[in-house]
Ligand binder design. Sequence first.
Ligand code: BGC
Length: 278
Amino acid sequence: MIAAETAATRDFLGLRGQVAIVTGASSGIGHACALALGEAGAHVAINCLQSSQDVAASIAAEIDATGGSAMVVAADVSDEADVERMFASVVERYGTMHILINNAGIQSGAPFRDMTLSQWRKVMDVNLDGQFLCARSAVREFRRRGLQPEISAALGKIICMSSVHQRIPWAFETNYAASKGGISLLMKSLAQEVAGDRIRVNAVAPGAIRTPINREAWETPEAEKKLLDLIPYGRIGEPADIANAVLFLASDFSDYMTGSTMFVDGGMTLYPGFRGEG
Ligand code: BGC
């Protein structure tokens, strides 16, 4: 939904005119974050792989049509040169950037005994190396630009997309869970390192959100019922649920937060199986 009223109500966030890069923005949670940031008046760089450029262009057009401003930046986040080119092209277009939504991620599970090294590495490359490379470029750009107190109290904001699986072990998805566990300490260690520069680094840990990555888990009524057993709040999450948390972490409303993970999961990490059991 992009409506004039939404844009007006989001003005209070103070994101108007800030520049955000959203990685993996051509689908799912990234898509929702890009739209929400656009609605809040931010300039949005929509990152995607070369192969998804058409979809990304239509998302950019949607943001432009509502008076926002967006650009598409194709780059593989696990490729150092690509990431550097992406940041350079955003800085060339908008002068700088203030917000990184480190979102791009993939799943490629298998029984552990059958998991290939390339399958393990591919997930690590995108989910963990990708977040490292993008965060590093963001920190460099924030420091190059310097504080703009009229824009934000922080020098810059990094929001890492984690998962409930930074905490909940996940059989048959060991590479994915290991990458998300890695993101947790990457985020906190970086937050500790750059807090003195007024750079805030936080994470969002989504539960089961209705996106293409987990289609199998909600597509049929039987699958949906099984999934709902894991969610005390009784509904599957929507991408906008995550975008709302991201808006908060990107804005000065969270100015005293750094090194935190917001679990947005309908209570999945409350271990509902223990209700009246154990
Ligand atoms: C995964 C989804 C899964 C959810 C809850 C997410 O991080 O990407 O596939 O449904 O965690 O298990």
